[in-house]
Write a protein that binds this ligand. Structure first.
Ligand code: HEM
Length: 385
């Protein structure tokens, strides 16, 4: 179920999808080119979205993933000044403490379902605490994320496009609720600064300029969503890999220094966020195909991460790949700002899981449940014994 969009496609590395009119890119070199050329392949996909399909009633101003240079560089500098490597590195003891608390609570309850008990709550608590919003509101974040990523339904690739229309209403409602919630917190920080990331964002200044409120809120939304759904998948996928490939679990137990490479291979093998979108600003030649201007280009990083032209034996889970230039965190100017945090959470959580459990093993009596969306590679339920 996880693999249907991974690996080379029969139609070649660049394919036109007739039903949607969009262009799919699956090949590693082609994708490398797309992500490295924001002048031709813009992140502002709304520029090619028909008017009636555009989001209504709210602005995407400050939604960093959608912005092109030169505005992107300015915003990235501003938010990077608040979300630094040091801010992330300093979180290590807190990530360890929360992991232990969550595992203690799971032991008290009895039965261990990795996603419910650890992989979901850990990244949400960490990002909520970092931003400075109550982590006790995490059920709310989950509801919003579930609606925005439409995890509740099983859809095929073609249905994905048909369903867009009917899903718009609920998506927008969730979006508005989430914006109002974060705007309330941001306004409070302006009145009364605290030692949190939201305050840092409100106060951030580059070349004498601050972020407008709307941009603070939209950046916080990106962090809250990007910061937990993907990391939940990374943790679940890596534990799944350690169960599926027991020799890797033995290696990690014998030498904890092997863990970072296992995480990188998990990101390549089970790319959590398998799809990114771009829009052509001009005609482009890609993989021998001509893509006209103003087209939507879907870049399947999960497929590129299994391109045999780049990765030998791509369907083998091999943490010894060195280098492992996977595209799971994207590439170029939009390279994931949260990659150090996701890697840190993965390393800390895995170390603790290996410390506390003699064996990480899925429960043969209780099946694993995968995400229903083709664009998200991950488990939503992973019972362990
Ligand atoms: C961007 C994946 C965790 C924040 C991206 C992009 C990818 C990605 C593929 C590039 C988007 C594009 O080029 O259009 C992942 C994965 C994660 C993860 C697989 C976990 C395993 C996080 C975390 C945070 C975060 C923990 C924050 C707390 C961001 C932000 C951007 C981004 C702010 C936008 C950067 C920009 O546009 O300049 N992420 N992410 N991500 N990610 Fe992550």
């Amino acid at each position: 179920q996880l693999f249907w969009l991974h690996g080379p496609r029969p139609g070649g590395p660049v394919e036109h999808h007739a039903a949607s009119g969009m262009w799919n890119v699956y090949g590693f070199p082609e994708l490398h080119e797309v992500l490295g050329d924001p002048a031709t392949f813009s992140s502002d996909v709304l520029r090619v979205t028909p008017e009636e399909q555009k989001p209504q009633g709210f602005s995407l101003d400050g939604f960093i993933t959608q912005i092109d240079p030169p505005e992107h560089g300015k915003l990235r500098k501003l938010v990077s000044s608040a979300f630094t490597r040091k801010v992330v590195a300093d979180l290590e003891p807190r990530i360890a403490a929360v992991t232990h608390e969550l595992l203690d609570a799971a032991r008290e309850r009895g039965g261990f379902e990795l996603v419910r008990d650890l992989a979901y709550p850990l990244p949400v608590i960490v990002i909520a605490e970092l931003l400075g919003v109550p982590s006790s509101d995490r059920e709310l974040f989950k509801q919003w994320a579930d609606t925005l990523f439409r995890q509740d339904t099983k859809v095929s690739f073609d249905e994905l496009f048909d369903r867009r229309e009917q899903d718009r209403e609920t998506t927008m409602k969730s979006w508005r609720e989430m914006s109002d919630y974060l705007a309330g917190h941001a306004a409070e920080r302006r009145r009364q600064p605290r030692a949190d990331l939201l305050t840092k964002l409100v106060e951030a200044e580059v070349d004498g300029e601050h972020l407008p409120d709307e941009q603070v809120v939209n950046f916080a939304i990106v962090l809250l969503l990007a910061g937990h759904v993907t990391t939940t998948m990374l943790l679940g996928n890596t534990v799944l890999a350690l169960d599926a490939f027991p020799e890797q679990q033995d290696r990690a137990r014998a030498d904890r220094a092997a863990i970072p490479a296992i995480i990188e291979e998990s990101l390549r093998f089970f790319t959590p966020f398998a799809l990114l979108a771009r829009a052509t600003t001009r005609e482009a030649e890609l993989g021998g195909v001509t893509i006209p201007a103003d087209q939507t280009v879907l870049t399947w990083i999960g497929a590129a991460n299994r391109d045999p032209r780049q990765f030998a034996d791509p369907d083998v889970f091999d943490p010894r790949r060195d280098p492992n230039p996977h595209l799971a965190f994207g590439r170029g100017i939009h390279f994931c700002l949260g990659a150090p945090l996701a890697r840190l959470e993965g390393r800390v959580a895995l170390n603790i899981l290996l410390d506390r459990f003699d064996r990480l093993r899925t429960d043969p009596e209780d099946p694993v449940v995968f995400m229903p969306m083709p664009t998200m590679t991950g488990v939503r339920r992973l019972p362990l014994v």
